[in-house]
Design a protein around this ligand. Sequence first.
Ligand code: FAD
Ligand code: FMN
Length: 797
Amino acid sequence: MSAAPRLTGGTGSAPRPARIAVIGAGPGGLYFAALAKQLAPDRELTVFERDGREHESGFGVVFSDETLDGIARADPRVFAAISAEFARWSDIDVRYAGEVRTSGGHGFAALDRNRLRAILQRRCAELAVDVRYRTPAPPVDRLAAEYDLVVAADGIHSGTRAAHPESFRPELDERHCRYMWLATDKVFEAFTFIVERYDFGVLQVHAYPYSATRSTFIVEAAADAWRRAGFEALAAPESARGESDLASVRRCAELLAGHLDGHRLIPDASRWIRFTTVRNASWRHRNVVLLGDAAHSAHFSIGSGTKLALEDALALAAALGEQPTLEGALAAYEAERRPVVESTQRAAQASLEWFETIGRRTGQGVDTFALNLLTRSRRVTYGNLGARDPAFVAAVDATAGGPPGVPPMFRPLKLAALELRNRVVVPPLATFTSPDALPSGFDRAQLTGHALGGAGLVLAGMTAVGPEGRATDHCPGLWSDRQEAAWRELRAAVRAVSDTPVGIQLTHAGRRGATTAPGPDGIGRPLADGWPLIAPSAIPWDPDSPVPHEASEIQLAAVTADFAAAAERAGRAGFDALELQFGHGHLLSTFLSPLTNHRTDHYGGPLAHRLRLPLEVLTAVRAAWPPGRPLLVRVSASDWAPGGTTEDEAVAICRALAGAGADAVDVSTGEVVAHQRPPYGRGYQTPFAELIRTATGLPTVAVGAISGHDDANSVLAAGRADLVAVGRAQLYDPLWTLHAAAEQGHTGPGARWPEPWRAGSRRPPGPNADRVAPRLHLLREPPAPVHRRWSPPLTEE
Ligand SMILES: Cc1cc2nc3c(=O)[nH]c(=O)nc-3n(C[C@H](O)[C@H](O)[C@H](O)COP(=O)(O)OP(=O)(O)OC[C@H]3O[C@@H](n4cnc5c(N)ncnc54)[C@H](O)[C@@H]3O)c2cc1C
Ligand SMILES: Cc1cc2nc3c(=O)[nH]c(=O)nc-3n(C[C@H](O)[C@H](O)[C@H](O)COP(=O)(O)O)c2cc1C
């Protein structure tokens, strides 16, 4: 904008922006209009709504306590009106495999979406907001010229967004599951997830009460199950816009009759739809701003779009009041809301992917399944659930066979013949301190520190099987007698102070070799005088990297022999476990990925050929590595790039690895191609560990941005992995595992403090440790009951 108007003038001047147009009288548009008018009653606010006042579809809206707080403070009248109509409860029921598990202590409030709209409409009328029903908004550019500000609250199909893609840069991600919004006159007592298995696949239902007489009932199915169930054929004749797909509704009622207890499914423009996640690179175009579904959407399984729209409205109205310029206000609004929305969208993405792949978990027992479902978005954790409803988590622990009161991360595990005292692994963490290719003093210090730090298994970082297999000129190797002796001495030194099992990762870096040690940016650069690189095909890592040679069969046979020899040396050096690096774009990884292996001989082409070298190496290593000691393989289960390894291929690879003698898979992802786009976030690789574990039965190690003990416990208790590797967090705190034990008050055999450090095994008191809080309440509030069900007031219909 050229001249940004000020929002507040001197005494008597009109508030700025003085004239605001709002497109759309959904919850976002109406709530914004009401708040913006309250903050500046002289302001001219016009809301355009193409539909009538009464027109509404949608059923119930659920709110969390956090959103309610915001609504309560922003407009107590709206809050009073809506809270008078709330259905409130605290339980989540999971109905699965003919059983029900209930988790309490959550806290939900829901109401009829039509009632919410009516309350917001009434509030706008009280405040003299000009809401024009049955009035499509004029073209946005015209509005933008006529008004100081245009708020586009025009919903998920936003015409405003479509009018200026160059500014908003929208990304629409349409998912494959089909779902249908329905209501039912069965009044559920709690938030209810129903997961039913049929011969065609799984149907899942998200149901919650929202009044004395109704519940929302969303039926969802993965695309293949939906097709096999015959819904595609049913949908066709009746699926005109605005009409309900009654044949599908009837079929759902039949299939789910056992959960409806004779009640009806009530359609309202109900038809199968696919969820679209809307993201926009910017929410602003000059004096036009997106709000609510127009700006972003988040899968219904973690909370309603309505909640986000109301929160947006609140933030935008506040920013207009707080910031001196319109431009500043819009920037502040987006800066405040974007991180909240993106965090919600990350959780929503994890949740929608969980439901898309639900079939993977339907072999789980009901208790583990319920915990898996409840922790799917990674927002709710094992710890949260335990704090809210200890009995629920105790039941999950009991069926998992864990000793009572022992957190999942401190349960023992036998891997091959090796007993691990707990489930925490220090993954390979190279130190890049070996210019002479011998393990360094720092390697010794790091491995000793980690062995003392409490993890059940410690792995030494990548160690090359030959001089040309080093990733950097500061990586150690294990191809010579001198190196073997140095590793043996190091291993003995660690054993002298700790009986923690220590393993080592062997690698050939392939085209990722011959770089400098990583700088402060974590990236190594190609060496000016590096060694020749080999790879399946002559494709460089990136345009700045040297072009590798396509490895000859003779070179490949030498690589296999080098791996076997190094494995034998590792056994003699006293390592308890071995990990082969078949991921991260190292040589074996580049054979597996179709993006990096373009060979036309029997080492390239179909997956069976791409697997040939990795399997040859694994078979040779298995023969050279002492029986009974675990052999792990690290894989990149996804390349995060189009045309890369698929989920099915990752499963097939791991099945083949199991067949060739791998005892476990360390499931990482990426670093195979430089143009990867991983969706970094807490535990973002864990779904692959779960996929491989459930599809192959192989034990898996989950790794990647798992840094809190609560997350580790959640992954393990939900059956997503057998072990959890924690990397950077154990560099931050080498005693991470022992500190996790102290924080959880756990003192069992899974968390053994080194004897000389026993005096430090309790968290030291902080500065406020001797402060005792006085009593501040005359009457103590009774603790909220763990389980609260929705039971409508008797007076209501
Ligand atoms: C079938 C269905 C059922 C749903 N049920 C629920 C539910 O039970 N609970 C829940 O929380 N969420 C539900 N949702 C999601 C929910 O509708 C949205 O997340 C939420 O309403 C977003 O609010 P909003 O104000 O951003 O947009 P919307 O509520 O979509 O409002 C946008 C408004 O803009 C109007 N509009 C669009 N273009 C123009 C134009 N050019 N001129 C004038 N007016 C225009 C539309 O008519 C609409 O009224 C449902 C969605 C669907 C599709
Ligand atoms: C300093 C450092 C060195 C690493 N070295 C290796 C390595 O040698 N081999 C390997 O497979 N991964 C290596 N990694 C990756 C880690 O093993 C782990 O997969 C990654 O850090 C993700 O886990 P985190 O989020 O818990 O740190 C390294 C990571 C870091 C930070």
